[in-house]
Design a protein around this ligand. Structure first.
Ligand code: NAD
Length: 247
């Protein structure tokens, strides 16, 4: 990995418009399990599809039960070496944007401002009303849910309240998609970090970068379907590989 890391360092030095694209693999060392590992709690607390959430109040209650069970597992998570490495590169003006599929808020917690973060799948640390968009704090939602057992409704309009994440079957956030598209087209180096690169449309961004003549680097513990498109592949532990950038 030493040689590949030197090559990565050179690419980073040569570039001043880097886009980082992160997936669940950057957060596993922080205690947030990724999606596809065989012992993943996401398999026990499977996400509920959007149309079921909308149409069935019992499903809404079940979705909130699973959400809070998962929160118990990883609400103590703190950013890891990968997050701090990217935060440093943002601060140095090297990284123009972090596009993330993660919902764990750890890029924000590592000190990166919202301006530099594009969340494709939303954020699991708060909730919103699906009818009027009002933000609801999770602690309040949880208190009400655990007191009444009823699926939470908006205090302003009575609409269904949902974790501010994008569920399977829910449309992608338009503004985030557009921003991700724009920064990807503008960058000269695209770092795909800790993603299996199988979830679309998110996984289209590394492809778009490669087609747009940016260098594509894939950093992941296992092979991905886009490896053949990459200029450089670093196969190993993300925290170990990015540690030299993290302080
Ligand atoms: P994924 O689980 O499909 O892929 C993660 C990849 O990271 C895997 O290929 C795995 O081998 C690799 N990996 C895990 N730990 C690693 C490490 N320490 N070093 C190197 N590689 C490592 O994740 P995805 O591609 O992000 O897609 C999953 C979807 O589920 C996303 O859309 C996301 O919204 C959601 N999700 C988010 C979180 C989170 O917010 N942290 C966690 C689980 C799932």
């Amino acid at each position: 990995i030493g040689e590949a890391r030197t090559a990565l360092l050179e690419l980073i030095e040569q570039s001043d418009n880097i886009v980082a694209f992160t997936g669940a693999g950057i957060s596993t060392e922080c205690g947030v399990p990724d999606f596809r590992s065989k012992d993943s709690p996401w398999m026990r607390y499977k996400p509920i599809e959007f149309n079921l959430f909308l149409s069935d109040v019992l499903m809404r209650e079940e979705a909130w039960r699973r959400k809070f069970a998962l929160d118990d597992i990883y609400s103590m998570a703190q950013p890891g070496r990968g997050h701090y490495a990217l935060a440093n590169l943002v601060q140095q003006g090297k990284i123009s944007a972090i596009i993330t599929q993660n919902i764990d808020n750890l890029h924000q917690m590592s000190g990166v401002d919202d301006e530099h973060i594009i969340e494709l799948h939303g954020n699991g640390t708060y909730a919103t009303c699906l009818s009027c968009g009002l933000r609801h704090e999770l602690a309040n939602v949880r208190h009400d849910f655990e007191t009444t057992g009823a699926a939470p409704e908006c205090r302003s309009c009575g609409g269904p309240v949902k974790s501010a994440t994008i569920s399977f079957g829910q449309s992608m956030p338009e503004e985030a998609m557009q921003r991700a598209h724009d920064v990807t087209r503008a960058c000269d180096l695209f770092l795909a970090i800790g993603s299996s690169l199988v979830v679309y449309p998110a996984a289209a961004f590394p492809l778009l970068a490669a087609q747009n003549n940016a260098r594509l680097v894939i950093l992941n513990g296992e092979a991905t379907p886009l490896d053949s498109e990459a200029d450089l592949i670093l196969r190993g532990d993300i925290g170990d590989i990015l540690e030299p950038f993290s302080s």
